[in-house]
Design a protein around this ligand. Structure first.
Ligand code: NAD
Length: 255
């Protein structure tokens, strides 16, 4: 009984680092984790003003906030982000690798540069951030890593050879690292969003959106908050026995 009571004592505040937190899914995840009671480190690539707005909302929710500029495809920048997080908070409990880009074209017309660019940000970026966070998480024998993949990485998507390859790579990377650190109190999971209302999907022609929605049993696009809810679940202390999992949040698209 006494041991059980410990579970209900107030817990220390956790620190979450979210990449690409200035807009879209990253923004919703940051706000959700702040509402959940975490302090947050918000990475942004270029849009300082948008990141400051997210910071203001997170502070309003009660979080201490640190803004860190940095490109996730640059390993030194990733090391620096984690260093700044540890200097400020002394810990890193939750890492959400959300930053991502797309450069769509059919394979025949896809340039090598566009293929590499997407791999660099969407796949290498996840590797660099997990590596940067590895030492502190292993040392504290605790961590929750959530990598944002995509249904494109599971099903393949015409016109997205680069993006599908990167997002499939994220799944393999997630599972491999989940195995490596499973005994250290660290979980590594992926969330695979379907079609979500953000700037990334805003530019799609209405006809293309309609065509995709034909394959979505829920019959609608998802909202960034739908993804944030899944990340919140995987980031929880109580989710410690879920690892190496890919959680599709896609209105049933991929079942
Ligand atoms: P978005 O374009 O609105 O946001 C992407 C974020 O990543 C931005 O904040 C951007 O500044 C940041 N970013 C881009 N390159 C970066 C870099 N090199 N370093 C640091 N930050 C960088 O897109 P979103 O829809 O919010 O996408 C978020 C994640 O969800 C991405 O990984 C994306 O691939 C994934 N995803 C989105 C959808 C969707 O339908 N929107 C579906 C599946 C997966």
């Amino acid at each position: 009984m006494k041991e059980d009571a410990g579970k209900f004592l107030a817990e220390e505040r956790q620190v979450a680092l979210i990449t690409g937190a200035s807009r879209g899914i990253g923004r919703a995840v940051a706000i959700r984790l702040a509402k959940d009671g975490c302090d947050v480190v918000l990475n942004y690539a270029g849009r300082r003003e948008a990141a400051e707005e997210v910071a203001e909302i997170c502070s309003y929710a009660g979080a201490e906030v640190l803004l860190v500029q940095g490109d996730v495809s640059d390993p030194e920048a990733c090391e620096d982000m984690v260093r700044q997080c540890l200097d400020r908070f002394g810990r890193l409990d939750i890492l959400v690798n959300n930053a991502g880009i797309n450069r769509d074209a059919i394979l025949m017309r896809m340039s090598e540069e566009d293929f590499r660019k997407v791999i660099d940000v969407d796949l290498m970026g996840v590797f660099f951030m997990m590596k940067a966070a590895a030492r502190t998480m292993v040392r504290s024998r605790y961590g929750r890593i959530i990598n944002i993949s995509s249904v494109s990485g599971l099903m393949g998507n015409a016109g997205q050879a680069n993006y599908s390859a990167a997002k499939a790579g994220v799944v393999g990377l997630t599972k491999a690292y989940a195995r490596e650190v499973a005994t250290r109190g660290i979980t590594v999971n992926a969330v695979a969003p379907g079609m979500i209302h953000t700037e990334m999907t805003e530019e799609m022609p209405a006809q293309a959106v309609e065509a995709v929605l034909q394959g979505v049993p829920a019959g609608r696009m998802g909202e960034p908050e739908d993804i944030a809810g899944a990340v919140s679940f995987l980031a929880g202390r109580e989710t410690g026995y879920v690892t190496g999992h890919v959680l599709c949040v896609d209105g049933g698209m991929c079942m």
